[in-house]
Design a protein around this ligand. Structure first.
Ligand SMILES: Nc1ncnc2c1ncn2[C@@H]1O[C@H](COP(=O)(O)OP(=O)(O)OP(=O)(O)O)[C@@H](O)[C@H]1O
Ligand SMILES: [Mg+2]
Length: 507
């Protein structure tokens, strides 16, 4: 990969950009140059201002101060459509898939190929063929005629990427595009990025996965608390320097690994089956333990967890909570049995976007107390919210701030807070640290440790191998809807897990 100094003219310059939201100064005096044919990584902790900056570049927000200069012209985009017409495409952190439309319709929305004398007839066939070509080219197993809403988060992300690839963009912005992708999908994405680079497209790339940088980044810029910290070629900076610049100090003991003492049985699952999805899943999770659940995308780990949480109907099998069989009919039932579930896709199932941080945090507890005929106590609400606000370092003006105004990573922290506050005893976490910055991750692992030490039990689905190895006391491995092994801490290595997760079954 060519990483030599770029002597080109910048294609995009932001100059002295500031952005003020009510109660928050999201950006202060930011100036950065972006070059064609380069991947420019934009780095910073949760709430540093990355998404805000790219929303200004792409016409979603207008800056409070400063200029956006694209191809040597000062631009004042009134909406994202205008930026798109100039060749600026964005994959936003929140997916913008229309669930009821087909994959092809999603890819070509707003620019459907048409035929007929005046070009008014939508040429569905051609659209579907073109879309299929793009998907095949990307090497993903999705049909262009599939309904988008039926696809997984990872597959929907691939649709977003196909959308951008099929456009003739000059600048492509990707806000955490890999947070829900598997390794092979990430590889496919990086290949596309290489092709875009070869065509002299400029790429702005936001990620919290620093290990991606050596593969993809030519240049990096680091923001902290809405301020510019540093911009340089990637080859001129080390990972430790990047982290120190993001966080403002050095961090070392990342996973904060601790010995736990396994106590009584908390959750037992026997032969759990949902026809067509997964079959005969059995495992036991104990108090004082973190059970990691590893597997490749498509292993159906999320579906198993949803079924335990009674958000999906089981075909057969049994679930026991603290040794007693339970017949959970709904998530509310699961919550009443002190099961908490941090979902993989926060936008879809994790949060009420239009409600405040406080209301989101107390929601499951509210349900619980209602059932018992209890009433919530505003003093208690404030106290617990303050506590978790501090513990998780949620970045927002106060707890009445609406969820939709929080940065992606801070939304994820609110989800964690709400289940901790609900006094869950069994916590099911599905990709819990997705989109969370290095510093907050370390804090979160600390909270997980404290939770199990105090008598909780955690079942954690994660596709991050270092996370599985770093925090689990035991690892269960799934492949294509079946359990294919369980490894004690001492046996759990990346090699062993991958071996189990990927071997074809002999039958
Ligand atoms: N529409 C909005 N209204 C009010 N505040 C906002 C709005 N959008 C962003 N903010 C605030 O601006 C700050 C920067 O947020 P931004 O989303 O840019 O962070 P980020 O760097 O993308 O973080 P993350 O890594 O968590 O996605 C945060 O404090 C956030 O709460
Ligand atoms: Mg963001």
């Amino acid at each position: 990969m060519d990483k030599k100094e770029n002597t080109n003219q910048p294609i995009l310059q932001v100059k002295n950009i500031s952005k003020v939201f009510p109660g928050v100064k999201a950006l202060t005096d930011i100036s950065i140059d972006f070059y064609p044919g380069e991947v420019h990584a934009l780095l910073g902790e949760n709430g540093a201002g990355k998404s805000t900056l790219i929303k200004i570049i792409s016409g979603v927000y207008t800056p409070t101060e400063g200029k956006v200069i694209f191809e040597n012209q000062e631009k004042h985009y009134k909406n994202p459509g205008e930026a798109l017409d100039c060749g600026i495409s964005v994959i936003h952190q929140e997916l913008s898939i229309a669930n009821e439309l087909s994959v092809a319709e999603n890819i070509y929305v707003g620019r459907e190929p048409s035929t007929g004398k005046k070009g008014f007839i939508l040429n569905r066939k051609r659209m579907e063929q073109d879309a299929q070509k793009a998907l095949d080219f990307m090497g993903v197993d999705i049909k262009s005629t599939d309904i988008a809403g039926k696809l997984s988060a990872a597959q929907q992300q691939m649709i977003e990427i196909a959308k951008v690839i099929t456009r003739n963009s000059k600048l492509v912005i990707m806000d955490e595009p890999t947070s829900s992708l598997s390794d092979s999908e990430i590889e496919a994405l990086f290949k596309q990025v290489e092709l875009l680079k070869k065509n002299n497209v400029a790429i702005i790339y936001i990620t919290h996965r620093l290990k991606e940088l050596p593969v993809i980044a030519d240049r990096v810029t680091i923001l902290r608390d809405g301020q510019f910290v540093k911009s340089c070629l990637f080859k001129d900076i080390t990972e430790a320097e990047i982290v120190a610049n993001m966080v403002g100090r050095e961090i070392s003991d990342y996973y904060n690994q601790q010995e736990h003492t396994r106590r009584k049985e908390m959750l037992r699952v026997e032969n759990l089956t949902v026809e067509g999805l997964f079959k005969d899943i059995s495992f036991t999770a104990y108090q004082g333990e973190i059970l990691g659940v590893a597997g490749l995308v498509g292993a159906k780990r999320t579906e198993v967890m949803e079924t335990i949480f009674a958000d999906r109907k089981k075909t057969s099998g049994k679930v026991y909570v603290q040794g007693e069989e339970v017949h959970l009919k709904s998530p509310r039932d699961a919550i009443a049995h002190k099961i908490g579930f941090v979902t993989e896709d926060r936008r879809r199932t994790g949060l009420m976007l239009e409600a405040s941080i406080k209301n989101n945090i107390v929601l499951p507890s509210l349900k619980m107390t209602k059932k018992k005929g209890g009433i919530l106590n505003p003093k208690w609400e404030k106290q617990v919210c303050d506590e978790y606000f501090g513990k998780l370092k949620i970045k927002a003006p106060n707890m009445n701030t609406l969820i939709k105004n929080l940065s992606g990573g801070n939304q994820q922290k609110v989800i964690l807070a709400k289940w901790l506050v609900a006094q869950s005893e069994i916590l099911i976490l599905d990709e819990p640290t997705r989109g969370i910055d290095v510093n907050a991750k370390a804090e979160f692992y600390g909270l997980m440790n404290a939770f199990v030490e105090e008598g909780g039990c955690i079942v954690m689905v994660s596709s991050e191998m270092p996370e599985i190895l770093g925090v689990s006391d035991r690892v269960m491995v799934m492949r294509e809807g079946v359990k294919c092994g369980e490894l004690a801490k001492e046996e759990a290595t990346e090699y062993r897990i991958m071996q189990l997760a990927s071997i074809q079954s002999e039958a």
